[in-house]
Structures are given as structure tokens and as C-alpha cells.
Design a protein around this ligand. Structure first.
Ligand code: G6P
Length: 616
């Protein structure tokens, strides 16, 4: 969602901010803007649409200045247009501010400000912040950092903020609560980012602000941080960390799109997620991050898995892994529903939150509920240092590397890998897995990257199938058992990036409604690898064929039954049933990808979607 980049230093800020905006594009946005501190005051440039539009607009304008803030906005309050785009300025134009997050009490604050005579120019919640800070400053006659602190004490909700003011043209103020903000420290210069992407090119020395922190960045001076909850505003010493990100990871590396690059990175993502965690000699699987809480997990009454989107599909796969191997009951919940349901949580429950970004607002809220009610809270995420990594008691990273394409691909298979390792490690310790199965699964996990590679080699064939699917308005994805979440994920991928309406269903369930949709125009993609209910899936396919549906199947190499009933077939190598999602997912990703390309869709930045959904 929204992205922040800011700069204070000796260089021209605009090229750094512009590049930063491009690097933030992946988060999803619909307008962009920049504010620069110039001798004549603050100069602003804003445009609806892509960063490219903003760049074109600024081409022949004066974009000088060594201090500036810039933002990509994903519309929440008010449609995407120039008025609502950030930065927002005070009425006298002396202060400009950019904001990620949501001001929950903005209606009340806005009314108070309107009563004081403030005229609002936008429909955003953010504009409240700039007027509130200005009004506090004017009333109290205090320096900006103090005014920011006092104003933020009145704000309910979440924020990551960067503020400049003509009061001190050599100063940048930043603040954070609930929405991440990093300060990159260079050589007499500072780079601010809502994530590491706009910073990594310049420095790897970063300070992650903590909730309530207000940072004062002044030219040629060290960063000063205090916290809004500290009435005395005592300085905190900034904790400088190394940013675990490389520029190379943020580039397309010869591929046309990030999504295709990331699809092809899956053998590596799966391998990296296993690296150092399997010791074949000692016959041990060990996830260092959860060791301290392993006993709690082994004694758990129940696992509650909370997640959103693709991560929720990983959760459904984990349900099979944990129930089959560890024999502990599992509940898989949409975090957004769970958080508002007054759920029953016992102290011996283990809540497992799954999120690639580690910033999904609903999943983070579910984590808080789990903690408040005394459960053990474990996280699985892909971004080192993310809010989830810091808010959970323990956890395991998926090591997929940064994912830029909005639609998740490699983080999904990496999550499944980590969840499989977790299940294996717990199952062995609990004694709930026969050793022969344990060894088979370990062996199959080790060979999964090669198997994924062999599916990737079928891209051309999948491209031809995509020609057929691209002409359709609807598609249905079916699967049973552990292939059902794969079907859900296939449908999600197709709708996300190609805008074809798609539904994922358990194959047997379509009799209860969706079968009414089947006709010659409905492609039905069936995920049917060898599994214990393969024969049942065959019967379900018969029911579709009887209604003239067109079958596209994902089957094991050498399959004749289902492939004989299909218009198109994609073969995947055999792997233990529980691990089939690692291979059956790949053709579905490639299928959606090529359908989207044929339909001329922007696969990396699908309309209306955001990579990191930091608002509920
Ligand atoms: C967004 C993304 C999805 C992702 C979901 C959950 O909707 O577009 O691809 O699956 O958020 O994100 P998370 O970071 O929590 O896994």
C-alpha cells in the first residue's frame, strides 16, 4: 500500500526521491507526489496515476533542493486524485507531510479544526495531521518536534510520517506507530523509507523506528529519537542495524517482469527456506527461531492459524500437514474475521500467524488478540525485521528473498516449505510420525526444487493452454484434500492478475451449486495429482464432463485416467501427497501469468491491489 521515501543531505533530493518512488511501486498505489524544500519555500508536485506521470510532469520544472519527501498513495479516504494525493500542506504552505496508515479519530479531529476555521482541501484523513500539528504549534508557540509529539498524542490509529517545514529548512521529522518506517544513515545524509527498497542503494545502516518514536533529523547532526509516550521526551539511543536486502534482489535480472522472475526463483526460494534446517546425518529438522517455544507447541491443545490472501491458503495446507503428522487439531482463520469475532482462545493454544510481508494489518491485529489472551504466538513471514517478526514471541522466516510482484508466488511455496519443516520437526519429537514417512517426506522436500524446475520447463506448453483460457470470462479451479487450497490459490492468481472471474472449490462440493455454471464455455482446471482420493476426483470430473465442461488437468507424470478426460494436461513429477502443493502450484502460476499477458494486463501491478495491506 502507500509508500514513503524522504531525503536530507548534500545531494539533489529529487532524483533520489523519484527512484525511491519507482522502487515503492510494487506496494500498490494510485497517485504519487513530492515536496521539496527550496529557497522560496516548499514546492509540491502531485499526479494521479503512475510515478511515470509524475516524472513527465516534473520534467521541465525546477526540482532543486536537498531536502524532500515523497509518497505513493493507495486510496482509502477519498478517491485517487491530485487533491487527495500526498504530500498535504498547512494552509500557509509552510509545512508538508506524508503519511502511511489511518487516522481513526479523524472525523472528530477534523471537526475541531473546522470549528477553529481551518479549510480542508482534500477528503483524506491525513490532512487532519498537518493542520493539527500546525494548530498545536501556533497555539503553543513551540518548535516543530515538540508540536508533533503533542499532536500525535491526540491521534488514534496508525501512522508512519515524514514532515518538513520552512521553520527549519534543514530538518526532517519522522514518526511511527503501527506502520513501519526506517531511517537509513549515510555519510552526512539520511534516507527514509517505509521499507528498505528506496534506501538499500545508498546505505545498509538503518534504524527501525519503534511505535511512538519521533525522530528529528537535522543536517550534519546525529539522528535524535524520543517517544510520544515519554512525557519528558528523553532522547533514546538509536539502534543501528544492517538492512538485509540487496539491490540485485530488487531488480528484474533479465526477466520481463518481477512475477516471472519470482516464479522462476522458486527452486531457490524452497532450497533457501530449508538451508541449515535439515541435518540428514543427525536425522534432525530444526527451526532455530522456535526452539524456545517448541515444548509449548508440542503440548498445544490446538493450533490456530491466522492469515490473509495467499498466506491463508498456506494455512489451509498447513492444516493438512499438522493434523496428519503432528495430530494436533488446527483451525485456519481469515485474520480479518477472527479479530472481530471474540474468539475462544486458551492459554495452551498456539496461534500461528502467516504473512509474507509481516505487515498485514488484520493479521497483526489477530497476533495482538492471541497475545492478550495468553496464547503462544508464532509468526511465519518473509521480511526480516517486519512488524510481525517483532510482535510475535518466536517464529521462522521463509527465505524467499524480496517479492516485488503483487501476486504472491515464491513466498507461497517458501511458506509451505517452512510449514512442512515445522510439522516434521514437531511430529518427530511428539512421536506421531512413522520414521519411514518422516524420511520419505524429508527426501521429497530435498528433491522438491528439482521437481519445481521440471515443471518450469513446461512454460511453452502452459502458454498454449493460456491462449485458450484467455478467451474465457470465467474459470473454475477444483481440487480435493491438500489440492483444494491449491485450487483456491490458482483461482486467486487468475483473478488477481488477469481479471477473469475465477472460483476455487473442493471438487465434490460443486454439486451443491457451482455445477450450475458448467457449460462449454467454462474451463475447469482440476488439480489431480496422485492422492488417496484420486478416484473420487475422477468421479467429480465425470460429473463435469457429463455437463460439457472443458477439463484442464494437473496430474502426475504418466497419468492416463484424468489426462484421458482432459482437453489439456500438465504433468508434474510425483512427490508425497502432502507436499504436492509445492509442484502443482507452479503450472497454475504460469497459467495465470500467461493469460494476463495475453490480455495485456500489468502482471506486476494489478489494478486496485496492494502488496502490503497495511490498513484493515
Ligand atoms: C495482499 C497481496 C496478496 C497477499 C495478501 C496477504 O492482498 O496482494 O498477494 O497474499 O495481501 O499478505 P501477507 O503479506 O500477509 O502474506
Amino acid at each position: 500500500m502507500c509508500g514513503i521515501v524522504a531525503y536530507l543531505g548534500q545531494k539533489d533530493a529529487y532524483p533520489i526521491l523519484l527512484k525511491g518512488l519507482y522502487r515503492l511501486e510494487y506496494r500498490g498505489y494510485d497517485s504519487a507526489g513530492v515536496a521539496l524544500m527550496q529557497e522560496s519555500g516548499i514546492k509540491m508536485f502531485k499526479k494521479k496515476g503512475r510515478v511515470e506521470e509524475l516524472q513527465k510532469f516534473c520534467e521541465n520544472l525546477d526540482t532543486s533542493g536537498t531536502l524532500g519527501i515523497a509518497h505513493t498513495r493507495w486510496a482509502t479516504h477519498g478517491e485517487p486524485n491530485e487533491q487527495n494525493a500526498h504530500p498535504h500542506v498547512s494552509e500557509d504552505g509552510s509545512m508538508a507531510l506524508i503519511h502511511n496508515g489511518i487516522v481513526e479519530n479523524y472525523v472528530v479531529l477534523k471537526q475541531q479544526l473546522v470549528n477553529q476555521g481551518v479549510a480542508f482541501k482534500s477528503e483524506t484523513d491525513t490532512e487532519v495531521l498537518v493542520h493539527l500539528i500546525k494548530s498545536v504549534q501556533d497555539k503553543e508557540g513551540i518548535p516543530l518536534p515538540e508540536a508533533v509529539t503533542i499532536a500525535l498524542r491526540m491521534v488514534e490509529g496508525t501512522y508512519a510520517l515524514a514532515i518538513i517545514s520552512t521553520e527549519n529548512p534543514d530538518q526532517l521529522i519522522v514518526a511511527k506507530k503501527g506502520s513501519p518506517l526506517l531511517v537509513g544513515i549515510g555519510d552526512n545524509e539520511y534516507f527514509i523509507g517505509s521499507d528498505g527498497a528506496p534506501i538499500v542503494e545508498y546505505t545498509k545502516q538503518v534504524v527501525y523506528l519503534e511505535d511512538g518514536d519521533v525522530g528529528v533529523i537535522s543536517r550534519d547532526k546525529p539522528l535524535r529519537i524520543s517517544n510520544v509516550n515519554d512525557s519528558e521526551r528523553l532522547p533514546k539511543s538509536p539502534y543501528i542495524q544492517t538492512l538485509e536486502l540487496s539491490l540485485e534482489q530488487l531488480e528484474k535480472g533479465g526477466f520481463d517482469t518481477y512475477m516471472l522472475k519470482e516464479i522462476y526463483e522458486q527452486p531457490k526460494a524452497v532450497r533457501d527456506s530449508m538451508r541449515g534446517r535439515i541435518n540428514l546425518e543427525k536425522d534432525v529438522v530444526s527451526l532455530g527461531g522456535i526452539i524456545e517455544y517448541e515444548q509449548k507447541m508440542l503440548n498445544a491443545r490446538r493450533f490456530i492459524i491466522v492469515a490473509c490472501g495467499t498466506s491463508w491458503h498456506s494455512g489451509l495446507i498447513a492444516e493438512h500437514l499438522f493434523e496428519t503428522l503432528v495430530r494436533i487439531p488446527v483451525e485456519v482463520e481469515y485474520a480479518s474475521e477472527f479479530r472481530y469475532r471474540n474468539p475462544i482462545i486458551y492459554e495452551d493454544d498456539v496461534l500461528i500467524a502467516i504473512s509474507q510481508s509481516g505487515e498485514t494489518a488484520d493479521t497483526l491485529a489477530a497476533v495482538e488478540i492471541g497475545k492478550k489472551r495468553g496464547a503462544t504466538v508464532i509468526g511465519i513471514c518473509n521480511v526480516v525485521g517486519s512488524t510481525m517478526a517483532r510482535e510475535t514471541m518466536a517464529g521462522s522466516y521463509s527465505h524467499a528473498g524480496p517479492e516485488i510482484g503483487v501476486a504472491c508466488t515464491k513466498t507461497f511455496t517458501a511458506q509451505i516449505t517452512v510449514l512442512a519443516l515445522m510439522a516434521l520437526s514437531l511430529a518427530k519429537k511428539k512421536g506421531t510420525i512413522p520414521m519411514s514417512l518422516y524420511h520419505k517426506l524429508l527426501n521429497d522436500l530435498e528433491t522438491a526444487p528439482e521437481k519445481i524446475e521440471s515443471v518450469l520447463r513446461q512454460e511453452q506448453k502452459i502458454q498454449r493452454i493460456a491462449q485458450y483460457v484467455a478467451t474465457k470470462q470465467n474459470a473454475m479451479f477444483l481440487g480435493r484434500g491438500v489440492s483444494f487450497p491449491v485450487a483456491l490459490e490458482g483461482a486467486l492468481k487468475l483473478k488477481e492478475i488477469s481479471y477473469i472471474h475465477a472460483e476455487g472449490y473442493p471438487a465434490a462440493e460443486i454439486k451443491h451449486g457451482p455445477i450450475a455454471l458448467i457449460d462449454t464455455n467454462m474451463p475447469v482446471i482440476v488439480v489431480a495429482p496422485e492422492q488417496h482420493i484420486y478416484d473420487k476426483v475422477v468421479s467429480n470430473i465425470q460429473e463435469i464432463i457429463a455437463r460439457k465442461g472443458t477439463i484442464i488437468s494437473i496430474v502426475n507424470e504418466g497419468d492416463t485416467t484424468v489426462s484421458g478426460m482432459s482437453k489439456f494436461t500438465i504433468e508434474v513429477p510425483g512427490i508425497d501427497e502432502l507436499l504436492t502443493p509445492l509442484v502443482t502450484t507452479i503450472p497454475l502460476q504460469l497459467l495465470s501469468y500467461h493469460v494476463a499477458l495475453i490480455r495485456d494486463c500489468d502482471v506486476d501491478k494489478p489494478r486496485n491491489l496492494a502488496k502490503s495491506v497495511s490498513v484493515e
